[in-house]
Design a binder for this molecule. Sequence first.
Ligand SMILES: [Zn+2]
Length: 160
Amino acid sequence: MERRGNGKMLSIKVWNIIQEKEQIVYWANLVWSSKVIPRHQFIIWLVFRERLNTRDHVKKYMEIPDLRCLLCEWNEETYDHLFENHSFASKLWNTFVKNMEMTRFPGDWKEIKEVAMKKAKGTKIKSKIFKCGFDSTVYNIWRERNARAFSRNRRSLEQT
Ligand SMILES: [Zn+2]
């Protein structure tokens, strides 16, 4: 009886791992590159798995008096909002887009992710540079958000 129970649990675990792997495939290119700084890789991995403690996530298990985004202090802090082209994030995205010499770049986080996954494919130097820039931009948005969450210091764009 016990064995059967464990077996069932194990197969559920295996199934979950397979499911997870299939999801990872789409954005793995953005994480696994020898050129990307490990701490940036780690944040990208958390971002794409939606494991960062954004306020909309935290509110599921504890009460938060203020749900507003720390970057613009207007909208609710969600993944889709935090990393979209707004406020502090837009300054970083604009710099990134300019450096990449891209003519078009979406403002919506879901679309940004899609563009990033397409651009990160391949082994050419251009996609490597894209990955480094993209990962660094996302990392810096999250770092600034945390800086504002845990201290009163605000950095200007020049300090990033
Ligand atoms: Zn905001």
